[in-house]
Design a protein. Sequence first.
Length: 250
Amino acid sequence: MFRYRIRTSLRRPLPGGRKSRRAGESLDFMELRGYTPGDDPRFVDWKAYARTGRLYTRVWEGEERARFTLWLDGSPSMDLHGKRAYAREVARVLLAAALPDETFALDESGPRRLREPAEHARLAPDPRGPMAALGELRRARGQLVLVTDALDEGDWAGFLRQLAPRRPILVQVLAPEELEPPPHEAEWRDVETGTRVRVDRAALAAWRVALAAHLRALHRMAAEQGGYAHLRVGEAIVPALRRQGVLEWR
């Protein structure tokens, strides 16, 4: 079994279960509440009764399996600088971390249950991109994990707000060439629209400023909703995801 799991807002006290907000039986004490007829007498706290003369029941934190839906960006910008192949490796690691919890892959054909790490080949990139796939993403099962370069034009704040019930974890994959473009004039082509633009040194400086602001905003917004990690193509995946809080030890 893979040594890491995806960190969620819930915690797993025992293999196969994560703490939930529901009361149940586990090894972790939750609270004392007044005894009511029908409570299991095994959980009556007799020490509390000796101190107060009143019956109390010990309540334990419930356990439940987590559920994940993995989504892989397949829009044209992912074809640049090796991002598509690297993003598939990131998705493979995330699938291994999600199992054995209930895990689905989502693309334009709909959700599919994945049960084995070897099924990572079924994590098909979605060519529509994140904005166009929003409807299906909103209906995803469990916690949503997005692997994308997040360079699509659109309202990312609104996009993440609409996904808030799915507690999205945004794993952003960018190439070093995008973060630090060569410092010379060139003609850039937008692979999404086909638009060409001549880029000089001033435009490159403006690009760096705008990209840095975009990354900061994404980090803040995604971290508030579920989680965020930023990976460079070629970077060691597991250490980066651990360092940024997406993975933790099982």
